[in-house]
Design a protein around this ligand. Structure first.
Ligand code: FES
Length: 177
């Protein structure tokens, strides 16, 4: 329901990419999450069975009320992105995946599945100054182990110098950062 509202809002406004409202909204969402005592953020969670991700297809999952899109690159690396395009909020799972990049179905922005970095905006011309490589989709550390795709659900916009470690035993999913 929340995603639908967010989607409707983003579709109806004509604000530029990363407007002040978007940033304020992200900050509010992060604050809301931090204040939410019901969820355990900053832990690894199993999002799907490894076998459930079909070749060159995307799979959706929801963890801690966050919609995710899961995939696996042709090199065999699983990834987890927030299932919302950073441009106008369309679910990225509606788009296409070529084994490396996820292409949004709305305006065709492409994101590297593993790094979440934007790699192409088809509408840009040579006069446009927008730096494509500074745009990222929301993404979460992801790892396959014990037949599952594990996703580290962090509590906000975080960057990781190195991926949080997932305990070798599937029984203990606590992450060490
Ligand atoms: S909503 Fe415009 S490219 Fe995704």
């Amino acid at each position: 329901m929340k995603l639908e509202r967010q989607f409707a809002t983003r579709m109806s406004d004509r604000a530029p990419v990363y407007s002040k409202e978007d940033i304020a909204s992200d900050a509010a969402e992060t604050a809301e999450r931090r204040a939410d005592p019901g969820f355990l953020w900053d832990f690894w969670y199993p999002a799907a069975r490894s076998s459930a991700i079909p070749w060159r297809k995307l799979l959706t999952a929801v963890l801690l009320e966050v919609p995710l899109v899961l995939g696996r690159s042709d090199e065999g690396k699983a990834f987890a992105l927030r299932d919302a395009c950073p441009h106008r909020g369309i679910p990225l799972s509606y788009g296409r995946f070529d084994g490396r990049n996820v292409e949004c179905s709305y305006h065709g922005w492409k994101f590297d599945g593993c790094s979440a970095q934007c790699v192409e905006i088809p509408s840009l011309t040579s006069q446009d100054k927008l730096k494509v490589d500074r745009i990222f989709a929301g993404h979460f550390p992801c790892q396959e182990q014990d037949g599952f795709v594990w996703v580290y659900m962090h509590s906000g916009r975080r960057t990781f110098r190195r991926r949080p470690a997932l305990e070798r035993s599937a029984r203990n999913t606590r992450a060490r950062t």
